[in-house]
Design a protein around this ligand. Structure first.
Ligand code: FPP
Ligand code: MG
Length: 439
């Protein structure tokens, strides 16, 4: 492909993927004022936590709040100060701990070897960022009105949500929040299962800073551990007794497999295509967050329009997250990431930084099409990416999708509950964090 043609194709594909929905075209909202959210923003520290050093940002966040006295009273009842900037992980931390404890129970097996393998990434300290359950719990709360019923009702709701659900996976949960927690659990089980399979396919040595499970127990048991997690997720999914939600999550499984196989088997000319890259990225990363965000809203009894805003949020967040991942594979630190850098090039995969760089350095096309297989290809491609604006343009793409995720939160129906509003802020912070993280 000529570099002029490639440049035009990249621009068209990037625009199309910013403004329309995923592969099912479920959203058609336009992209306006996309960078507004990022101005003057600070950084999240390596741990993914709150960086208190950026006083200016915190100050500007506070001054933007127009809390009414009623809201303040409810905020106080819930034990938080709504004039403070929020850390999304802190908001859901207690509930997340309860879900993690439940997941540790869910992945036990009577067969010791299977239990050891399945538990591997659910042990305390090996759980990763738990970004997906965090998104889902925030989305569920962002639409839940806890403001009526007074302080007692609020603390009862809070206590119930942070208590561990010991019911067996097949037992039908009797209240909405429990069903939503189950969905957060299912999403994390599917995510970890996909990573176990992915590490076998990629012959990975490390994951989350630990030895990859395939190295610990071998490929066969690692694959079966992934299957076991999917089986546990399926039983839990069935317990929700909601066929639309079952269909959404089943579709996600189809997307994960399709995305992986697209990446593995693409013909040389498809490897140069931005459309192929966007579609694969949606399938592998964004579909799980988008469809589970939609599902958790449906489980909450909300209408389809609200569910589609949740889907949009998840899709844009997922895409932004992955574009930043593709940047970090070039500029990140292996020790901070918990996996080696330049992994994509070494696996023969051309991501956005390379596709953009190919516009400036047409000699990259041949390297992309032969999947960087010749001796010296990885180093040459790395060098050409560094001597291009590929990294900057990918960061810009990530920022656009992050801002679209923020717009999706702003499109959620109005609510006057302080906790829900705080969770909406948390969702926006996550969108910001997705593109400003270093791991
Ligand atoms: C990470 O990719 C992998 C995924 C996001 C999904 C992988 C999906 C499969 C292996 C299909 C099977 C799915 C299930 C549900 C069992 P990466 O290699 O680009 O990222 P990494 O650097 O984190 O490894
Ligand atoms: Mg991998």
């Amino acid at each position: 492909m000529s570099s002029a043609l490639l440049r035009a194709t990249c621009r068209r594909a990037a625009r199309r993927w910013s403004t329309v929905g995923g592969c099912d075209g479920s959203s058609t909202r336009r992209n306006g004022g996309v960078n507004r959210f990022h101005t003057g923003a600070s950084s999240w520290v390596a741990s993914g936590g709150w960086d208190e050093r950026d006083a200016d940002w915190a100050k500007s966040r506070r001054s933007n709040l127009d809390a009414t006295s009623t809201r303040r009273a409810h905020s106080a009842a819930l034990g938080f100060d709504e004039t403070e900037p929020v850390n999304p992980f802190t908001i859901v931390n207690d509930e997340l701990s309860a879900i993690s404890a439940r997941m540790r129970q869910a992945v036990t097996s009577e067969v010791p070897a299977l239990a050891t393998a399945a538990e591997y990434f659910f042990k305390v300290g090996a759980e990763g960022k738990r970004m997906r359950p965090t998104v889902l719990l925030l989305m569920a709360s962002a639409l839940t009105d806890l403001s009526s019923g007074g302080a007692d009702a609020l603390s009862r709701a809070r206590a119930a949500s942070v208590s561990i659900d010991h019911a067996p996976a097949h037992e039908v949960p009797d209240d909405t929040r429990r069903r939503q927690q189950r969905l957060a659990e299912i999403t994390e089980l599917i995510h970890v299962a996909s990573l176990l399979h992915d590490d076998v396919l990629d012959s990975a040595a490390t994951r989350r800073g630990l030895r990859a499970l395939n190295l610990e127990v071998g490929n066969k048991l690692a694959i079966l551990a992934g299957d076991f997690l999917l089986a546990r997720a399926s039983v839990t999914l069935a317990s929700l007794r909601n066929t639309e939600v079952i269909e959404l999550l089943s579709r996600v499984l189809e997307h994960l497999v399709t995305g992986e196989v697209m990446q593995m088997t693409a013909k040389p000319e498809r490897l140069m295509s931005f459309d192929h890259y966007f579609q694969k990225t949606y399938f592998k990363t964004a579909s799980l967050i988008a469809n589970s965000a939609k599902a958790i809203v449906l489980l909450g009894g909300h209408d389809t329009e609200t569910a589609s805003h949740a889907y949009d949020y998840g899709r844009h967040l997922g895409l932004a997250f992955q574009f930043q991942d593709d940047v970090l594979d070039f500029v990140g630190s292996g020790s901070v990431l918990g996996k080696p850098t330049l992994g994509d090039l070494k696996e023969g995969i051309a991501t956005a930084p390379v596709l953009f760089a190919a516009e400036e350095h047409p000699q990259l096309s041949a390297l992309i099409e032969r999947r960087f297989k010749h001796v010296g290809d990885v180093e040459l491609a790395h060098d050409l990416v560094k001597r291009s604006d590929g990294i900057e343009r990918t960061k810009e793409l990530a920022r656009e999708h992050s801002a679209l995720a923020v717009k999706a939160v702003e499109a959620l129906p109005a609510i006057d509950c302080p906790h829900a509003l705080r969770c909406r802020k948390g969702l926006k912070e996550l969108a910001y964090m997705a593109v400003n993280r270093i791991k």
